[in-house]
Design a protein around this ligand. Sequence first.
Ligand code: HEC
Length: 133
Amino acid sequence: MNVRSSSVLPRSTTSLALAAITIALLCAAGPAGATGNAARGQMLYKGCADCHSINENGVGPMHKGVVGRKAGSVAGYDYSPDLKNSGIVWTEENLDKWLTGPQAMVPETKMFFDVPDAQDRADIIAYLKEKAR
Ligand code: HEC
């Protein structure tokens, strides 16, 4: 049997085409380039829970309704003036930026914690979207 005759394209061209399709699919996943897994995000949220919870203010503000919320807007929480006056709205894209490096986004913020891995960030945001509505 002649295996090569089963394909019109030479083998190397076929795998190049597959690689291009894979890259296109990955890019279509969203601004963060990664699709979030809320179950995994719940585990990762344990790292946030040193300072945050969904329903109560602690070291950090509560996360209830955070996706789509205006930054610095939880009543009774003492924000840094910079975050309070930032005008940021917590879209998924902004949350991704924030978790990449809060100080790069709001230099005088008092949150000192970042999540370097893009997939981890996407998973945490998926969790917040689902559980902190
Ligand atoms: C070491 C404590 C600490 C950890 C850990 C921490 N944060 Fe924060 N976070 C804060 C503080 C403090 C603020 C308030 C910042 C300010 O006022 O400038 C904040 C603010 C925020 C805000 C802005 C909320 C708003 O109402 O505007 C978001 C969103 C946020 N944190 C998400 C997270 C997530 C998600 C994690 C886990 C990946 C996390 N934080 C981990 C301390 C922490």
